[in-house]
Design a protein around this ligand. Structure first.
Ligand code: AMP
Length: 395
């Protein structure tokens, strides 16, 4: 696996695919800079070697050229975060871009205009990728968030750098973190899957059964497993057409000696709203008219014990409707357990959509080992797929 440290960038121009698809407010201010700060170590390494950086990214989903999605809006923010003067060129390919790159000196940064102003980017067009390839000596992919897309700048362009291509530090960290869970991590390995539906996580469950020793199934998806085993789940979210599948997953888990932990109690509500009436009930005896919206106190204690036994922990998906304050306690308790296990030496990876939001919202970000920056890319990796952006560097 070729990484940044395999290259010395002195007098070289690094063409770096970053993921600066950042949120902007109405006045075009960047409201969350995480994606820019995540790419900083890679950019600094190139600059400190004595090289220069040509940064390429998409921003939003423009249909053709659209000022509202111009990267000129974020150039100042990048300059502020990296601490180096940052230039901008108003097209990502063509003579203007080539000239701007030719004039770039060691220690300088250039941002190319939004890749998606050309629809050939998402089409993975080889001619467009070849034009991009003229803008650097070494191709660096540090955009984990788009690594699951075979776009020109994330995948196809790598073909034009047969020797001179590598992962950036962010990509390297993402790939190694997922590898720890799926292959190299210290045992016992635990995966915690929560969230709304079983159907969106089937492939992940089936893939990780080969990698883990313990599996906690929480959140809305637990009810399909409980009902499939004869429990009464009241009005809780449940996919009746996935009950056979739930039973088959439990059977496979048993065969593979994976211990499955389901909630034993829930906070049930008489409506899907924060100020509904609530009661703690056995998860197999939820009365009609009531729905389970959070893990109950006994479940939280059980999950804590499992988490504390494990040395490698993956967390994907909340244990309840954490967006509503009164149903966030189960998710918060789990975050606290994972933080404690991490403090005692476990490796913990949080990734994929809502669990990242929950971890940030409740302040656990710095207390877990790694929070993935890529939603879809992380989920596809957990499904066992090799991401096109990763494969393009490896081949
Ligand atoms: P996912 O995107 O599949 O990870 O699902 C995340 C969503 O699952 C969050 O918006 C939660 O509110 C929701 N969720 C978690 N537990 C429950 C539950 N018991 N009932 C309904 N929705 C839930």
């Amino acid at each position: 696996m070729k990484t940044l440290n395999d290259f010395n960038f002195k007098d070289k121009k690094a063409l770096i695919r970053v993921d600066f698809n950042v949120p902007l407010d109405d006045a075009f201010n960047v409201t969350d800079t995480t994606r820019i700060t995540s790419a900083k170590p890679t950019i600094i390494k190139v600059l400190e070697d004595g090289g220069s950086c040509v940064l390429m990214t998409h921003l939003g989903r423009p249909k053709g050229v659209d000022e509202a999605f111009s990267l000129k809006h974020i150039t100042d923010k990048v300059e502020y975060i990296i601490g180096v003067e940052t230039k901008f060129v108003s097209d990502c390919v063509g003579s203007e871009a080539e000239e701007a790159v030719a004039n770039l000196k060691p220690g300088e940064i250039l941002i190319l205009e939004n890749l998606r102003f050309h629809d050939t980017e998402t089409q993975g067009d080889s001619g467009f990728a070849e034009q991009l390839s003229k803008l650097g000596d070494i191709y660096v992919n540090d955009a984990f968030g788009t690594a699951h897309r075979a776009h020109a700048s994330t995948t196809i362009v790598a073909d034009f750098f047969p020797e001179n291509k590598c992962f950036g530090y962010l990509m390297e960290q993402e790939i190694k973190s997922i590898d720890k869970v799926l292959k190299t991590g210290e045992k016992p390995v635990l995966a915690i899957l929560g969230g709304a539906k079983v159907s969106s996580k089937i492939t992940i469950i089936e893939n990780i059964l080969d990698a883990v020793d313990h599996l906690i199934i929480g959140g809305g998806m637990a009810f399909t497993f409980i009902k499939a085993q004869g429990g009464s789940v009241g009005d809780s979210i449940c996919e009746d057409d996935k009950m056979d599948l739930a039973l088959s997953i439990l059977k496979q888990a048993k065969e593979k000696k994976v211990v499955v932990h389901l909630p034993v109690d829930v906070v049930a509500a008489d409506a899907f709203k924060n100020d509904a009436n609530t009661q703690n009930v056995d998860i197999t005896k939820i009365p009609d008219g009531w729905q389970g919206l959070d893990a109950g106190p006994k479940s939280r204690t059980n999950f804590h014990e499992v988490v504390m036994q494990c040395k490698t922990i993956l967390w994907n998906g909340p244990l309840g409707v954490f967006e509503m304050e009164n149903f966030a306690a189960g998710t918060i308790a789990l975050g606290e357990s994972i933080a404690e296990a991490t403090k005692e030496g476990a490796f913990s990876l949080v990734g994929g959509g809502d669990s990242v939001a929950a971890v940030k919202q409740f302040g656990f970000e710095k207390k877990v080992s790694y929070v993935s920056t890529g939603g879809g890319a992380m989920l596809e990796s957990l499904e066992g797929k090799t991401l096109p952006g990763v494969a393009a560097i490896l081949k």
